[in-house]
Design a protein around this ligand. Structure first.
Ligand code: MLT
Ligand code: ZN
Length: 463
């Protein structure tokens, strides 16, 4: 627990409004959406400026307390959990968009700005911020950058990394770094900006970011297709990609659809039953594109890789179809899912799906398995639901044992055990399935360089 003298010094830095130690705040700010760890922070500090973040980190180095950087806490790997008496440093009061430049098509903002506000701001300028996912209404841009957030449009626009033009960061030893200054081109050696993107708050706290905005896509149109088998999904992708630049290619299983229909009261996309569904999105900005989509659909039917389908005829209908996919995570969260977030190269998805499916059929025979994910990026979300009668601890123990085999399969294809959710606490002990001993040694060396006193996010990413 914190020395009372340290609390006084923290109070001195952030003032009355910036320090909380009440039980509700400790519970709220000490956990993320992982929900499987018991929060136990010592205090919550809510700085209002980069200078205050710097002062807190410098104090932590002097006084020896640990810090958990905190954004919207929507993460799913325990990266924002504070369970060991740490001080949570929440960026939520640093929530201003500071600058917009029409010629650069870029904005600069503080780290605590909510992702959806950035999307909204971009739309008001007739531009587009392309990183999008179901938690965008709660997650913050600093957290997105710290986890290199992915989501539903990666197939066309890339990850958060692709949008970051500049960063302001306070390192683990309290130095202020201003990186890349919004430049598009900069060939002056190591690009430190990219080290902090995806570093999960272990090297520094991101305080400001400059982001690239892009042309707003025109008339995004959604197709939901019923697909007869796993093997057909990637053939459908290939068929549509031959004629169209897709802005999304997602999939979900009949079981996933069942839960959103049952628990959220959504309508099924069409009556024909299918074991799997693909959700595709494209920019329908000319008659030719719509024609190409319809042709691919007809070809899919003729080749028996598509069973049925629906295409949105309005933005309202497009949004309604997206809800079938976007509400899956929230809907099944009440069934205590054991979550997995895996990726392989797109060309290996078919092989990987088949192998994991076989393993799951053998080892999870008694469990409900829910599949969904960003399959066009090679990213699969495999969720196992806890049977109502089973103790949580027994369930997680069983799943963890099976997981070793899922990870071994992933490793055999040189895939990733965390495609987009991050390593955090949840995947930390499995890092070696995706990273070599040499890589991990370099990662540790970087941690020692930027955070020599191990002040930031202890136990996350690296043990
Ligand atoms: C999603 O794709 O829905 C998110 O990554 C959340 C999840 O995997 O549950
Ligand atoms: Zn996802």
């Amino acid at each position: 627990m914190l020395n009372p003298e340290v609390l006084v010094q923290l109070h001195h830095i952030v003032g009355d409004q910036g320090l909380r130690t009440d039980v509700l705040s400790l519970q709220t700010y000490g956990r993320d959406w992982t929900k499987i760890y018991e929060p136990a922070p010592s205090a919550i500090a809510l700085p209002k400026s980069t200078e205050q973040v710097q002062a807190i980190i410098q104090l932590a180095n002097q006084a020896g307390f640990k810090i958990v950087p905190s954004g919207g806490r929507t993460g799913l790997s325990g990266g924002a959990v504070a369970a060991q008496g740490e001080v949570v440093v929440s960026l939520e009061r640093m929530r201003h968009i500071l600058d917009f430049n029409v010629q650069d098509r870029s904005l600069t903002c503080e780290a605590g700005v909510i992702t959806a506000q950035i999307q909204q701001f971009a739309a008001e300028q007739n531009l587009f911020y392309p990183v999008d996912f179901a938690a965008a209404g709660s997650s913050q841009i600093g957290g997105n950058i710290a986890t290199n957030a992915g989501g539903i449009k990666v197939i066309r626009y890339g990850l958060t990394r692709q949008q970051v033009l500049g960063l302001e960061v306070v390192t683990g030893q309290g130095e202020l770094l201003k990186l890349n200054h919004g430049l598009v081109k900069n060939a002056t050696g190591y690009d430190l900006r990219h080290l902090f993107i995806g570093s999960e708050g272990t090297l520094g706290i991101i305080t400001q970011a400059s982001l690239q905005l892009i042309r707003a896509p025109d008339n995004l149109t959604v197709l939901v297709l019923g697909v007869p088998a796993f093997a057909a999904l990637m053939q459908v992708l290939l068929r549509f990609q031959a004629n169209l630049d897709l802005t999304a290619f997602e999939f979900f299983s009949a079981e996933a659809l069942h839960y959103v229909v049952q628990d959220q009261g959504l309508a099924k996309p069409f009556a024909t039953p299918a074991p799997y569904y693909a959700l595709l999105e494209f920019e329908n900005d000319s008659a030719g594109r719509e024609q190409a989509a319809l042709q691919a659909f007809q070809d899919g039917l003729a080749q028996n890789i598509v069973l049925d389908g629906v295409m949105s005829q309005s933005q309202t209908q497009a949004k309604a179809l997206w809800r079938l996919r976007e509400l899956i995570s929230e809907t099944i969260s009440v069934y205590t899912p054991y979550k997995n977030d895996l990726s392989v190269r797109v060309s290996q998805v078919a092989e990987f799906l088949q192998a994991v499916d076989q393993l799951v059929a053998e080892r999870y025979a008694a469990f409900e398995v829910i599949w969904y994910g960003h399959i066009g990026d090679g990213n699969l979300h495999l969720n196992i639901l806890k049977p109502a009668t089973m103790e949580k601890a027994d369930f997680f123990e069983h799943c963890a044992a099976v997981n070793e085999q899922v990870f071994a399969l992933t490793q055999s294809l040189k895939g990733s055990i965390s495609a987009e959710h991050g390593v955090g606490l949840l995947k930390r002990d499995y890092l070696a399935y995706s990273r070599s001993p040499e890589e991990i040694a370099y990662m540790r060396a970087m941690k020692a360089l930027f955070d020599p006193n191990q002040v930031l996010n202890p136990g996350k990413l690296l043990s």
